[in-house]
Design a protein around this ligand. Structure first.
Ligand SMILES: [Zn+2]
Length: 178
């Protein structure tokens, strides 16, 4: 018998389902994934929009009793340049190893070569794992780099500063006279 909770979970995309990390670690399981970045709530809440897709694989294992996830993924993130508000792309190439801990209190016991990531109740989704890494990999304030076409950095051509931009006001003055 499947309860309502199971039915709701089965409607989630595979990357959004909470995984039982202890079981996967015991099985040395690997999971391939593709995650649409615009679907990651924690990235959206950062303010500037992020889109694109990353794909890769997470390999679970057990090391000295700990559940460990080795995460590799790549893709392209489309961000919004905070200077010109135009799209800009950044390649993502992530490789990291994290220790999945059940409580914050376990963090100090994680060896220095592993980053602790909280898997509350022993469960975490691939989306959450990817979110943590993408937040670290992407710039906090995305800006076009020198050499890239940033619309705000470009000189506004003299033509566009000329009569074109003043026409609407001239037209308005005309309308007001009537
Ligand atoms: Zn720009």
């Amino acid at each position: 018998m499947r309860g309502p909770r199971d039915m709701r979970l089965s409607e989630l995309p595979p990357w959004a389902k909470p995984l039982d990390v202890e079981r996967l670690a015991d099985e040395s399981a690997g999971v391939d994934f593709a995650v649409p970045l615009e679907e990651l709530a924690a990235l959206r809440s950062e303010g500037a929009p992020v889109s694109g897709t990353v794909s890769g694989r997470v390999q679970f294992s057990r090391e000295q009793g700990r559940a460990v996830a080795e995460l590799r993924f790549s893709g392209t993130a489309t961000l919004e340049c905070q200077r010109c508000m135009q799209p800009m792309e950044r390649a993502l190439e992530v490789k990291s190893r994290v220790a999945l801990i059940a409580a914050e209190a376990d963090a100090p016991r994680v060896p220095a070569d592993l980053d602790p990531v909280l898997a509350e109740g022993g469960r975490i989704s691939i989306g959450k794992l990817v979110t943590e890494e993408v937040l670290l990999a992407l710039p906090i304030v995305p800006l076009h780099e020198p050499g890239e076409a940033c619309a705000a950095a470009a000189e506004v051509p003299a033509q566009e500063q000329g009569s074109e931009t003043h026409k609407p006001f001239a037209r308005l003055a005309e309308l007001l006279k009537r």
